[in-house]
Design a protein around this ligand. Structure first.
Ligand code: ZN
Ligand code: ZN
Length: 364
């Protein structure tokens, strides 16, 4: 089968490798779509300490089941599914309370097992057992479903932060993750959603989503602008989707008294420190939250949010590239010229779906 093999920094080569073979407890899928995560691009360009090469990356996977181990009873051939990548052990306190993303012995698809930038992928027994497979609703396309995993990470963060009715919400970063956060905050009943970004172009493109305000940091002082938009109080919730110290410090400064700040994106491994005004956090009783990955239940909920149109995956999926053109897809993500980019190994089989995605650019 064809797969994009990540061999080391800057090296991703589409070549033939043996088909994965079914194992006890496992499920074999034909990959229909696999979206490119910002993390995939970072690994491709800068490497990743926990990822041993060669490996197939890609963890935002939708596909069709083509083979099921004889001891797997709850799935069958032909089912349309997504696969949540974080595989919990199933027995630690985090797994038992539904936070498999926090499992101490978590294994991850595309870190410990080959991922979805390939024609076929084995869903390991641990993932099948832990409920990492979710069925795609009939009205949702495979392409839309490939956005369920990033949306699940967003759902995880917003569950932890518990955004409430009428909250003023600032989202820093107008990329696909920022848009998902803003869409979901609206869906949760936020009063005012303010999108903040360093480039005017992305903000301009995000105007079709109809948020309450857009702050362009290249021409506006961000904290002051948020204060003006919130009657001098600051934002009840700030979500920082940009992975820079500068954005995190800015986000903390934008929060209101009793505000909540989510550091959604990680910082580079060699530069994880930030310098912030701790008194601002102390006197204003600000809560700073982390958020990482998602649990299987967030992936199921993400599919439902896409099905119900609460989050428009069609608007967020801006590009589709064939597996052969995966490096062009990586370039689109790093160039920030679209929103989410999905990769498909069987582009000709998606003709009917592609017709439903009229605004999506296609690179064969
Ligand atoms: Zn991802
Ligand atoms: Zn566990």
């Amino acid at each position: 089968m064809k797969a994009a093999i990540y061999k080391g920094i800057g090296e991703m080569i589409v070549e033939d490798i043996p088909m994965p073979q079914i194992e006890p407890g496992a499920v074999l899928i034909k990959v229909k779509a696999c979206a490119i995560c910002g993390g995939d691009v970072r690994t491709f360009r800068h490497g990743h300490a926990a990822i041993k090469t060669p490996i197939v990356l890609g963890h935002e996977i939708s596909g069709e089941i083509i083979e099921v181990a004889s001891d797997v009873k709850n799935y069958s051939v032909g089912e349309r599914i997504i696969v949540a990548p974080a595989i919990g052990c199933g027995s630690c306190s985090y797994c038992l309370s539904g936070w498999q993303n926090m499992c101490y012995t978590r294994k991850t698809i595309a870190h410990h097992y080959n991922g979805g930038f390939a024609e076929y992928m084995l869903v390991p027994a641990g993932a099948v057992r832990a409920g990492n497979i979710n069925r795609i609703p009939e009205s949702v396309t495979y392409l839309e479903a490939s956005l369920a995993e990033p949306l699940a990470c967003v759902l995880n963060a917003q569950e932890v932060m518990n955004i409430g009715l009428g909250d003023s919400v600032v989202v820093i970063g107008a990329g696909p993750i920022g848009i998902m956060h803003a869409e979901l905050a609206k869906g949760r009943g936020a009063g005012k959603v303010i999108l903040v970004n360093r480039s005017a172009r992305r903000l301009e493109e995000a105007k079709e989503f109809g948020y309450d305000a857009y702050i362009d940091l290249s021409s506006t002082e961000g904290v002051q602008a948020v204060m003006e938009l919130t009657g001098g109080l600051g934002a009840n919730v700030v979500i920082v989707t940009a992975g820079t110290a500068e954005a995190q410090v800015l986000g903390i400064a934008m929060a209101s008294k009793m505000g909540k700040v989510c550091l959604f994106a990680g910082l580079p491994k060699d530069e994880p420190m930030i310098q912030m005004d701790a008194n601002h956090v102390h006197y204003k009783q600000i809560a700073v939250y982390g958020a990482f990955s998602s649990a299987p239940r967030h992936n199921a909920l993400a599919l439902e949010m896409i099905r119900s149109g609460k989050v428009s995956a069609k608007k967020i999926l801006s590009h589709l590239v064939s597996l052969d053109k995966i490096c062009e897809g990586m370039d689109i993500v790093s160039g920030r010229s679209g929103l989410r980019v999905s990769v498909t190994p069987f582009i000709d089989e998606l003709t009917d779906e592609i017709k439903q995605h009229s605004e999506m650019a296609i690179i064969k």
